[in-house]
Design a binder for this molecule. Sequence first.
Ligand code: AMP
Ligand code: MG
Length: 506
Amino acid sequence: MGTRKTATAKSEQQDLSLSEQPDSYFRKSRFSALGSDFYSEVSPTPLTAPFWVSCNTSAARLIGASPKELFGEQGLLLFSGNREIPGIKPIAMLYSGHQFGVYVPQLGDGRALLLGEAQGSEKNMEIQIKGAGQTPYSRGADGRAVLRSNIREYLCSEAMHALGIPTTRALCITASHDPVYREEKETAAILTRLSPSHVRFGHFELFYYRQQPHLSLHLANFIISHYYPELQHEPKRLMSWLKQVGIRTARLIAKWQSVGFTHGVLNTDNMSILGLTLDYGPFGFMDSYQHNFVCNHTDTHGRYAFSQQPRIGLWNLHALVQSLSFHLTQDETLEILETYTPVFEETWLGIMRAKLGLMTVQPDDETLILDLLDLLDRNRIDYTRFMRQLSRFNSSAQPHDNSALRDTFPDRDSFDAWANRYARRLSQENSHPVERALHMNQVNPKYILRNYLADLAIQQARQGDFSEIDRLLALLQHPYDEQPDNGHYADLPPEWASSLDLSCSS
Ligand code: AMP
Ligand code: MG
């Protein structure tokens, strides 16, 4: 931890007029009013000679800020840890959590600092810098984040938002040539992210295991009053709130499943109390469909495999509910937990029906969908491309006439058998094929952040060329549009993509 300021930082600060100060957007976070049981005040450790990597103007607007003011020289100093906002001390939040099923008594922000809060047009947004140096919760690690992992989080959080999946947002990346050591020597960067709240399930677990139930209740009341105000006056408000957290979590994971997203590290400290996708590490969108896709190579048992995510969501909800069990009856606990699975199933089925262009509900729909996924899994078919192309399925043709789809299957007979069933099912719909295709293209993205695309942007960024980050950002902000000039971004991944390896190191 340090308060070192570069000489340039100081002189540039003096040169700038007040109109270029981003400070006016910031105020103390409401979280900081909870008091010192919940966090530590920490000064960031500055990046040396920082430079911009990418600035997300749409996220700037989210906090009502002018991109020009945010992304000027003062912003560079602020978002690279070289400057603090006068009167607002950055804070590292304290939490714990279950990592790979094992309780870790203390985690906390080991490298992230909350700079404050900004008032957006719709919501207040906490502003957090990630990779800003050591904190009391760093547990011996360096407090840094590498450029590679920042680029991945930056692009993916914006891609998820555009896909309609709840997520934290990404404002900008600053970087420097400071070395950071992971599996190899890399360089340091800081991601600035935005979220209405960064509170995790693990915040509550900390106070349960420390036997401080009054603090978990205090935090729960804070979260309810600020983020679930509609529940304030519910007679059983704690239970109603936890049910809502369960519902949001179930819906979130249903959405992940529908786009083939695997989080990779679904520890309880990475679970947002608002049901947002949080802490992008070794995540992955599947290329070819695999039920048991594991994106994180350190997850040797596949605890967080794609197919396990719905179950893990419930496991994590259980951990959260247990951490508030001092304040709940057994019946209430059961009621909360029993809400999760039906919400997950209903949401997932609803989305998958829409992806198949089914507007009506038929009893065999779930089997039809599950059989399709089995088929894709057995034939190793690219999930995103298949689903997108399905809008062109001609239900009045013979299956082998749907050759664009059919020819991708090594086992054509298995495709034909499913296609016959799908054609029959579509005939019950009475929908017009053109209209159906339009609807399907609004729920089956053409563009996702394939691992290899992120990797190409990272390779170029390491050479000092950040243009591919901005290109991908613009592309992924419109994942459902055809974007004919960018068609190659929806191609099958190249051969080398299958050898890319992701670990927890970030
Ligand atoms: P993550 O795997 O990024 O969700 O992080 C798990 C825990 O380790 C959190 O408490 C992080 O703050 C902490 N952590 C991860 N990487 C670092 C790092 N390089 N320096 C300090 N703490 C870290
Ligand atoms: Mg984390």
